[in-house]
Ligand binder design. Structure first.
Ligand SMILES: [Zn+2]
Length: 354
């Protein structure tokens, strides 16, 4: 049935304005004032904001985290997404060491097939770099993969600086873009070791083991490598003012840098790690929550259009069942896991996750 949404506040890239939206066969057919149609059902949406469908650039559905998978798979994750107005998600197909990129992509297609309630696509995470993998990039391009991810942290995923240089060059040849998890993994391992030696095993030690310098150093190193490769890069889940300052400087010098941040870095601060008992475990995510000054800095960058994307980094683990099973009690996390992110979609999923 055709539908006319009447009198809403239409939010568009050019600003927001009052108007009507007509939908025919599931597609927007007209936008204007005082739209009428004899056959359409009219819904009064005055006082409501009408957004285009959101695109979540960063999810980890059914991700193998060792003992178990992330709490949301493509079925529950995309149902939650669509209920919250997100009509497209981009998940990270992830190459485990020993796998080809084709195998990784096939794995992710299998996870998503016939499960999704919204549109989806994949970035490809590369964890192992060989001449054979380099060759595979052509196949990836042919199969629609144009966006990649590299990790500078997590022993099971991170790639070396020289590999990053070659990967950036190779993906540039394909016309693709690389997003990078910027944290210095070696320093994190050392700080975790120090915290553990002091007996600091609670979630409070999590931000101590991953301070903002760890992010800023990795951003700086990545941007240096990207300059050598003459390739643009995307900094994913940027969390800190210190990291942002490095990006600002590089941009002033003419470097092409894209930035993604996440809702959690815009609305929550590290006081959450001081909550009583295990409660603060809910807020363990990587990079960790930062301070008020970081939130202010990221908002300012957003207002100035200097942050291109907001992705959720939705990588959920149940509070009951998964976190309580002990794996996350070993803070700071030796577990080479993923960010454990609050679900920003719908309350039912919040209930499920925690
Ligand atoms: Zn992520």
């Amino acid at each position: 049935m055709d539908i006319i949404l009447k009198g809403g506040e239409i939010v568009s890239p050019q600003g927001s304005y009052r108007g009507d939206v007509e939908i025919k066969d599931g597609k927007i057919s007209r936008i204007g004032e005082d739209l009428t149609s004899p056959t359409a059902r009219t819904i009064d949406v005055s006082g409501k904001l009408l957004f285009p469908g959101f695109i979540d650039t960063h999810t980890h559905f059914k991700l193998d985290a060792g003992d178990f998978f992330t709490a949301d798979d493509f079925y529950t994750g995309t149902k939650a997404a669509i209920a919250g107005g997100t009509t497209t998600i981009l998940d990270f197909a992830t190459q485990n060491k020993g796998e080809t990129l084709c195998e990784a992509l096939e794995n992710w297609h299998k996870k998503a097939e016939d499960q999704c309630s919204c549109d989806y696509s994949f970035h490809m995470s590369i964890s192992q770099w060989t001449p054979e993998i380099r060759e595979e990039l052509k196949t990836m391009t042919a199969q629609g993969i144009t966006s990649y991810k590299l990790y500078m942290a997590y022993d099971n995923l991170k790639v070396r600086d020289d590999e990053i240089l070659d990967i950036l060059k190779a993906i540039k040849e394909q016309g693709g873009i690389v997003g990078v998890h910027c944290e210095n993994g070696d320093l994190i391992n050392e700080l975790i070791y120090e915290e553990k030696a002091k007996g600091n095993l609670s979630p409070k030690a999590h931000p101590v083991s991953r301070p903002d310098e760890i992010e800023a150093e990795a951003v700086n190193r990545l941007l240096t490598i990207a300059r050598l490769a003459e390739a643009p890069v995307n900094i994913v889940h940027l969390s800190s003012d210190l990291g942002y300052k490095v990006i600002e400087r590089a941009r002033l010098e003419g470097q092409k840098v894209y930035v993604e941040t996440c809702p959690q870095y815009l609305i929550l601060d590290d006081s959450k790690y001081l909550l009583e008992g295990f409660e603060s475990a809910k807020y363990v995510l990587s990079p960790p929550l930062r301070k008020e000054k970081d939130i202010v800095s990221l908002w300012q960058a957003l207002i100035e259009d200097k942050i291109e994307t907001i992705g959720t980094d939705h990588c959920s683990f149940n509070f009951k069942g998964q976190k309580e099973r002990g794996i996350f009690l070993k803070y700071p996390m030796v577990y080479q896991g993923w960010s454990i992110v609050l679900c920003f979609y719908i309350p039912s999923v919040l209930k499920k996750a925690y």
